[in-house]
Design a protein around this ligand. Structure first.
Ligand code: ZN
Length: 79
């Protein structure tokens, strides 16, 4: 009886270990998708402030006509 119990325990342990390894192997895959990194590179276009020359993402830039500024302060000073 002792041996049978030991075999069953070893089977259960090896099955859980295999499951854990499979889960670990599956996890990193979604992070390696190329789609997300492509989106980041297109959205992160850098523009230069006309007043102080600071480079900032286009999304955060203040635009006054054709001129681009890093903040409202600099936009008002330049006008
Ligand atoms: Zn500025």
């Amino acid at each position: 009886m002792g041996r049978l119990f030991l075999v069953l325990v070893l089977l259960a342990v090896s099955l859980t270990v295999v499951k854990l390894i499979k889960n670990k192997l599956d996890e990193p895959r979604p992070k390696l998708k190329k789609g997300s990194s492509r989106k980041d590179s297109t959205n992160n276009k850098m523009v230069k402030c006309l007043h102080c020359g600071l480079h900032i993402p286009e999304k955060e830039a203040i635009k006054k006509g054709d001129k681009i500024f890093c903040s409202l302060e600099h936009a008002e000073q330049e006008i």
